[in-house]
Design a protein around this ligand. Structure first.
Ligand SMILES: [Zn+2]
Ligand SMILES: [Zn+2]
Length: 361
């Protein structure tokens, strides 16, 4: 039996969903399925005797979903653009129910963040029209993570308070640690997935590092646009011409030949002095002198950019050289590089401040 979380909002497992889709329900009108496959065949593979009729409404892929088209490279989602974001279909007895299926695996490394917007919006809309069941396989991790995020956004609750509140309805919920971490980021970004936020940029880089470590091919579609090419700055296909009246954008150029190598939006900030070699008394909260410790970072770290041919070739580490004059600009290492301030950045795409000039575009 599904558990009631809020008015018109239920959490359940796969057998709750199978029962509702197979036999109909006097109450549930919408189903949000969070399973490793979006296809309804997942149910028949799980229990051969089941037969659930469906009629497709639409399938939305990451690249066509509109989540990518704000402006420039900093607004990219961390999902590759050919990935299915969700499938929407009429389902169940007399095709009376609307099912949204989102392919998410219950793994700590799974990208939950980039599915939140579509899931939370679906829950929101469904509750206006009827009642929604949010389910995964066991009803413990994925569905709980999504409902926690929903409660966070709709009731402005911290991750801890939202989860605590959900536990009052359903004791057994327990999102995996990777999901909890991402829900914390969601809270820190103000209950939205802000692609321009440093928190999101670090997350995006970590997702990319995870896929590299799994041996997946990292092609340049995952990289930021080359700011040295005219179309990258203007992005004409996306209609994102820079606003004439806007403040100049800080940019980094090769010191030797002045070629543009990175924009401010490509920079992935880190907190100076935090990381593996950082001792307790350096932490922001635990500084015994009550004043911030001054750190000097001799490098900037950026997202991988399309001019970084050595990265595209798949090496674990290597030099980053200017595409125009071949001057050495920095170094990259998928396993991480330690900044002069002590912080570890993983993966790292590093430009030495001594090799680049800061100017504007
Ligand atoms: Zn640093
Ligand atoms: Zn150069």
């Amino acid at each position: 039996m599904p558990y009631l979380v809020r008015e018109r909002l239920f959490i359940g497992n796969i057998s709750d969903a199978a029962d509702i889709l197979g036999n109909g329900s006097s109450e549930i009108t919408h189903v949000l399925s969070l399973l490793s496959s979006a296809s309804i065949s997942f149910f028949t593979e799980w229990r051969g005797s089941l037969s659930i009729p469906t009629k497709e409404i639409r399938k939305v892929y990451v690249g066509s979903s509109g989540v990518d088209d704000d402006s420039g490279s900093c607004s990219k989602s961390s999902l590759s653009s050919d990935k299915l974001l969700y499938a929407m279909e009429y389902a169940g007895k007399d095709l009376k129910m609307v099912r949204m299926a989102v392919p998410i695996r219950d793994m700590e490394s799974e990208n939950l963040l980039d599915y939140l917007d579509v899931c939370l919006d679906f829950i929101e809309e469904s509750r206006k029209e009827g009642s929604v069941l949010v389910h995964c396989f066991a009803g413990v991790s994925r569905s709980a993570a999504i409902i926690t995020a929903y409660l966070m956004r709709s009731e402005r609750l911290s991750q801890e308070d939202a989860l605590e509140s959900l536990r009052e309805s359903c004791e057994s919920v327990s999102p995996n640690d990777g999901f909890l971490e991402q829900l914390k980021m969601f809270e820190e970004m103000g209950f939205k997935v802000d692609h321009a936020s440093p928190i999101y940029k670090r997350f995006r880089l970590k997702v990319l590092g995870d896929s590299y470590n799994r041996g997946e091919k990292i092609d340049s579609s995952n990289f930021g646009a080359d700011p040295g090419l005219p179309e990258a700055v203007a992005s004409p296909e996306k209609g994102a011409y820079p606003d004439e009246n806007r403040n100049p954008i800080p940019a980094f150029r090769c010191k030797k030949c002045r070629r543009l190598v990175a924009l401010q939006e490509n920079v992935v900030d880190h907190i100076p002095g935090e990381g593996e070699t950082c001792f307790g008394w350096h932490k922001r909260s635990g500084n015994p002198y009550g004043k911030p410790v001054e750190f000097d970072c001799s490098s900037i770290f950026v997202e991988p950019l399309r001019w970084m041919k050595a990265v595209e070739e798949g090496a674990l580490e290597g030099k980053l050289s200017c595409v125009h004059c071949d001057a050495r600009l920095g170094y990259f290492n998928w396993s991480g590089i330690q900044c002069s301030c002590g912080s570890w950045i993983t993966p790292a795409f590093q430009l030495h401040k001594s090799r680049v000039d800061i100017s504007t575009v």
